[in-house]
Design a protein around this ligand. Structure first.
Ligand SMILES: [Zn+2]
Length: 589
């Protein structure tokens, strides 16, 4: 049969598939009159506002005011573009898509056969693990790992007893052993590729088995884990382990939890961390983060607590920043070496999450952990190390807010941290004419947004106030104006006086006169409220603002102290050291 044209394929898909069937895979729908209705799969709701019209093959949500046909539905639910949706639906419908290059059809065919073989192998392994005496070594390992049967089945775990059991099973079904070799399931000598191993299917985000990891059950076996080598369907740098299971939970909780090992993830799901995923047999790659970005823009990292885990954490922070993802690093309280051990020993995930810090903060705090702000020599080392990290931050506005904060984490004068940052961004320090805004018609680099004038703390507070105008009274009462510095102070004043004048209505009315940065903060808070807006957070932000200013003033002393040391002015060093000691004792108080 000659390949179809693209629009023919679209029509064939429409003819063969029913939107109701597709939608029911993602939402529980009831028939109501001519329509099917249920809770919307695209937004959180308690009363159904999602409706599918079977006759028209269209859907609409009265909550999020979105709708469309079967292609729009798949585009939104699978976070793919139109060709992506067409690919998914064509496969479901058994419609052959037009070929882009000769040989592609053959490859598509081979991919389909390999996935089919993998699915069969997974079934075989699972049957051995849970139903045959030969599966006992695998079951023993599950018991040691404290993995419940139900969870094992959810992950499709199986046991490969060894010999040529799988080979015989496939041959009996008259499947091609040559294909099975290409799939990495069967060795050239006719034996199964996996021998005496607990096997873990590596599935793509849609749940198709692409490859396997085999964990040995033999104590003296030197290769503890082996993976299917790269095949026509499996490229280890592109697949994320457990994404098929974690997807809905990632969307529900708004973030994904990245772990290092597959057993960390399995234990995570068993203990309620249903949004946990892992890379398999490699550090996280750009491709993998790009895949995750379809589902969330926030990652929580929890890798092993050793040197290589630390390395992997830093690499992930940097890669994620390059893609505009937010990163936090969870902290496992206690001695556990990895999340598996932590969760198995009864550790609560909420505790680890509660202590999670933003990625760059985590990195910098780790760098300065062994240094003391009381020793001027240490301060110089800290400055160098902090600059080392700041230089890796791709977004200048983020680097700037981290720079301000970093001085405070360490307890020193933020001025000491300016030099290299200023070199990277000369526009900030020069005259307004030379700001990176291009004159009309120029061919220069694209216009950059102006750097942020506000500190991250104050920006956060403004966003909270924009959605919780009633907290303005608390802020006005608790935040002494002398504890805020110039730009920050003006912004807070503008917000508080607008809210005092007439709440949100007054804010909306005055907003056009606000500086752009503040306007954007308010708009974005209105579009998506900050995750927390309670009084406790307001108090916490106020405290941080007060602390930051105090710390900045206190630590200005250190700048003068270093300067005096360089001059060799011993009298000044003496006086300033005393001032510094006093400032520190005030901080305790
Ligand atoms: Zn909706």
């Amino acid at each position: 049969m000659p390949p179809l044209r693209a629009d023919d394929a679209v029509e064939q898909v429409r003819a063969r598939l029913n939107l109701v069937d597709i939608a029911r895979q993602h939402a529980r729908l009831r028939k109501q009159g001519r329509e099917w209705v249920g809770l919307c799969p695209f937004h959180q709701e308690k009363t159904p506002s999602f409706a599918v019209n079977e006759q028209k093959q269209s859907w609409f949500c009265f909550g999020c005011q979105q709708g469309g046909d079967i292609f729009d539905f798949v585009q939104r639910i699978d976070k793919v573009d139109f060709p992506g949706a067409l690919g998914i639906l064509a496969e479901m419908a058994g419609v052959e898509l037009p070929e882009r290059a000769p040989g592609e059809r053959r490859r598509t065919e081979l991919r389909r056969r390999i996935i089919e073989l993998n699915e069969l192998a997974a079934k075989y392994y699972q049957y051995v693990l849970f139903s045959l005496p030969a599966g006992e070594p695998g079951r023993r390992l599950l018991r040691q790992r404290e993995i419940e049967d139900e969870v094992g089945r959810r992950f499709g775990l199986g046991y490969a007893p060894g010999g040529s059991g799988l080979t015989a099973y496939l041959r009996k079904r008259t499947l091609s052993l040559a294909d099975a070799q290409l799939a990495g399931l069967v060795r050239r000598d006719g034996l199964d590729a996996f021998q005496q191993r607990l096997v873990v299917p590596i599935r793509d985000e849609r749940g198709r088995s692409l490859a396997f990891t085999g964990r040995t059950v033999v104590a003296e076996e030197p290769r503890k884990y082996i993976n299917t080598r790269e095949t026509e369907v499996y490229s280890k740098s592109r697949v994320i382990f457990a994404l098929d299971l974690a997807r809905p939970v990632i969307e529900e909780r708004g973030h994904a939890v990245l772990m290092e090992g597959q057993f960390d993830v399995i234990m995570g799901h068993q203990r309620g961390v249903g949004n946990a995923v892992a890379s398999s047999g490699t550090a996280f790659t750009e491709d993998q983060l790009r895949l995750l970005r379809r589902y969330t823009d926030e990652l929580v990292l929890t890798f092993d607590q050793d040197a290589s885990g630390r390395q992997a954490t830093r690499r992930a922070i940097e890669l994620a920043a390059g893609q505009g993802l937010h990163v936090r690093v969870a902290h496992l309280p206690g001695e556990a070496k990895d999340p598996d051990e932590y969760l198995r020993s009864g550790g609560r995930w909420e505790d680890a999450l509660a202590q999670a810090r933003p990625g760059w903060e985590h990195w910098i705090r780790e760098e300065i952990a062994d240094l003391s702000p009381n020793r001027p020599a240490d301060v110089e080392v800290a400055v160098a190390r902090i600059h080392g990290v700041l230089a890796r931050i791709p977004v200048p506005a983020v680097a700037e807010s981290v720079r301000q904060e970093a001085a405070i984490w360490f307890g020193m004068d933020p001025k000491l941290l300016t030099a290299p940052a200023a070199q990277r961004k000369p526009a900030r320090l020069s005259s307004p004419n030379s700001l990176s805004t291009n004159p009309p018609g120029s061919n220069g680099p694209p216009v950059k947004p102006p750097p942020s004038r506000l500190s991250a703390r104050v920006a956060h507070l403004l966003q909270v106030l924009a959605v919780r105008p009633d907290a303005a009274r608390l802020a006005a009462a608790e935040l002494p104006l002398e504890a805020i510095e110039t730009d920050d102070r003006e912004a807070v004043l503008r917000m508080l006086s607008a809210l005092a004048e007439g709440g949100l209505a007054a804010l909306r009315q005055h907003l056009p006169d606000f500086p752009e940065e503040e306007r954007n903060l308010v708009w974005s808070a209105w579009a998506a409220a900050p995750p927390r807006c309670d009084d406790e957070l307001v108090q916490e932000l106020i405290e941080r603002i007060v602390q930051a200013t105090a710390s900045r003033r206190r630590s200005a002393i250190i700048g003068r102290l270093l300067e005096a040391e360089r001059r060799g002015d011993e009298a000044a060093v003496e006086t300033l050291s005393q001032e510094w000691a006093m400032a520190l004792s005030q901080r305790q108080g």
